[in-house]
Design a protein around this ligand. Structure first.
Ligand code: ZN
Length: 144
């Protein structure tokens, strides 16, 4: 059974198609307590059994920001400033967690819980992300 959600940044430059393997209400968004995520009010959801497609209308107007230990990139729209996802590229593979704030309409997820990945050593962080994040991630450049 697949559960489909759609979302994106504010201006439409980045769209996200999300496929979850379980009902969205089963997911507990992880409200990361690092300085960057707090400033965005971000909380993350990911499903290692799900799929994520990110469509970039104008790839040149998409920003990547490496924060914290610099192991993952935060994907932001350079036009409207919305932070869409965390991305990790490892061995030619993309892993990602989406910011739940980008989902269109009311949040279908459960209540957020605080998470402190900043306390983990880099190695553990990467292992954790590879276990928890979307592992089936496509980034599609739609072109202008
Ligand atoms: Zn935008």
């Amino acid at each position: 059974m697949a559960y489909r959600l759609a979302g994106g940044c504010h201006c439409g430059n980045i769209r996200a198609d999300v496929v979850l393997s379980r009902p969205p209400s089963d997911f507990v968004p992880r409200a990361c307590d690092c300085d960057f995520c707090c400033k965005h009010g971000a909380a993350y959801v990911s499903d290692p059994e799900g799929e994520l497609t990110l469509r970039l209308r104008e790839p040149g107007a998409v920003r990547r920001y490496a924060q914290g230990s610099g192991t993952a990139d935060m994907l932001l729209c350079g036009r409207c400033g919305v932070m869409v996802a965390g991305l990790l590229c490892e061995g030619g593979r993309n892993f990602a967690a989406i910011n739940v704030r980008i989902i269109d309409g009311e949040s279908p997820f459960g209540a957020s819980r605080s998470a402190s990945p900043k306390l983990l050593p880099v190695e553990d962080k990467v292992d954790r992300w590879k276990r928890l994040w979307f592992a089936d991630v496509r980034i599609v450049e739609d072109g202008a």
